[in-house]
Design a protein around this ligand. Sequence first.
Ligand code: 13P
Ligand code: SF4
Length: 304
Amino acid sequence: MEKQRLIERILELKEKRKAIILAHNYQPPEIQDIADLRGDSLELSLKASKTDAEVIVFCGVYFMAETAKIVSPKKKVLLPVGSACCDMADMITPEDVLRLKEAYPDAPVVTYVNSTAEVKALSDICCTSANAVKVVGTFKEKQIIMLPDMNLARYTQRFYPDKKIIYFEGFCPFHHLLTPEEVLEAKKGHPQALFIAHPECRPEVIDLADRVASTSGMLRLAKELPNKEFIIGTEVGLLYPLSQQNPDKKFYHPAPEKMFCPSMKKITLENLLASLENLEFEVVVEEEIRIKAYNAVKRMLEIV
Ligand code: 13P
Ligand code: SF4
């Protein structure tokens, strides 16, 4: 089917199904263009929960669709490609969480939303890359467990020298791959540019950052700051919304081939159409787990 016809069919079926299409900031351009909402995973899930859509089609990875289901249990949530997974979320199992809880029984468990529903359900509270520092600051305990991203945990640790953050050694393979040498090379090539790093990057890269921000934080900073050039330390897909929203500014990437998350690029117009046609692939979360995971998300929302 030619592209224009595909788009028309998707829009027709979206109406028929009373569906809303969400696209994470890293999705391919044609998916971001057709989406009703674009953004980071949590903001998309929360916005979708406030609409009267009956079906949520989440163009992203599995944990994002699960998060949408956690906050919208009455809506049908679809992930157009069932195998679109997050390598970081899949690094940790519920047994790993239980082992850490047993080893540090008094430490609250703070879990990044980039995690499975089962792992969220075993946590005291969730956090995002944008609010992790604030969330950890609400605890009086001196020891805090942070899951599953060791880089986000080590970044948060910088703000609390009087606390000990115990972390699981998970990481996003694509953010973790960025090296300080690549950043220095990009800085050499673009000496005027401001370097913004995602907190999923390794500490040596964070040390070189002018700013550290989540994907939605990067979009906000690019708009608000007077700077005209930026080096972007996150998955390469973010360059599309950045350039689209700031046509007068320049965005450079220090390692575009390495910081490419294949799972994030699995969704196409064809499988998005098939998803709406066949109502596939539905994401379900067992109710007992959903309620516990929801409580961890809700607790975060109450304090941020
Ligand atoms: P945010 O969009 O929350 O910054 O997350 C980045 C990410 O890696 C999502 O997979
Ligand atoms: Fe997961 Fe990293 Fe891909 Fe984000 S970029 S979905 S954290 S593997």
